[in-house]
Design a protein. Structure first.
Lengths: 147, 147
DNA sequence: TGTAGACTTTGACATGGTGGGAAGGTCAAC
DNA sequence: GTTGACCTTCCCACCATGTCAAAGTCTACA
């Protein structure tokens, strides 16, 4: 049995996060010493490592709760685990695509920006009037404060 | 001149966010009517659209503050704009790589998970002992609650 | 036995950008 | 004059994590 600091370094989960996970019910409340110190067994640390690994793979705390339940359930169907994982993959991929879209746009804009002393800049021009709507007070650059 | 709701729909920035941007100093405080209602000009909406576009490209509010300053500065150097953009591209790419790493790992694990009624599951096995450290209380699966 | 230092406890507050809602004031149309 | 749509400010929530503070506890050493 070890204190929270030891459990933290052994699991890679900070003491703060261990307390947090306990507070939201992701892990069962730790045993306490007479003085109120939390005590952790090697098995507890094992659970924390599981959580840490799942977090590293980007699973939300909500997902991890599901994975932990399945992990502990000897009669689980691997299909249930796979379902959580594939849903997560899909979400991650969607996020990646979104970010990639931003990068693509920005790269294109940056490529066409000469990046020197001159003020002319396609990046700002894009931000200025990307929607093609009316650009009141001057078309692309030159905005000396609208108020 | 229009009220905040109109400015919101015209710019694509919610009224809530317009007030927030004002509160953090990203935009200058709006003019007020006698009753205290905020009033926005077409130019103000233009600024809001600029912000909206930059947010869509994933720029942080901090970055946008810099971009707005440059936008308004007729004597700016395009190099300054490009610097912000390329730094942002780098950050985005780092995030993408991180997420892609997660996806790659998860895809590999999911591929090897038969996903049927059987409990055996490489995804859980990975989470269980990914660090290769001591797995106290039983190696891979079978954890009927550690407490 | 005392004490120093490392540890633990709870609690509050911050992050970032957004949404929701409550309680109350204003405006426009009818 | 009333109704309904709008506006105001203020507070709370998210998600996962960090920081800091005040106070209590344990351990090792003199």
């Amino acid at each position: 049995m070890m204190n929270i600091g030891k459990a933290a370094s052994a699991s890679g989960v900070s003491a703060k996060m261990i307390r947090y996970y306990e507070s939201i019910g992701l892990i069962t409340p730790a045993q306490r010493s007479d003085a109120g110190y939390r005590h952790y067994s090697a098995d507890d640390v094992h659970v924390l490592r599981f959580i840490r690994r799942a977090r590293d793979l980007g699973f939300s705390v909500h997902d991890i709760a599901g994975l932990l339940t399945l992990w502990r359930d000897q009669g689980r169907a691997s299909a249930d685990v796979k379902r959580i994982a594939t849903a997560h993959i899909t979400a991650l991929q969607r996020k990646i695509d979104e970010l990639q879209g931003m990068v693509d746009t920005l790269r294109t804009l940056a490529e066409h920006c000469h990046g020197d002393q001159r003020p002319d800049c396609p990046i700002l021009a894009d931000l200025d009037a990307a929607d093609g709507g009316p650009a009141p007070g001057g078309s692309s650059c030159h905005h000396g404060g609208s108020k």
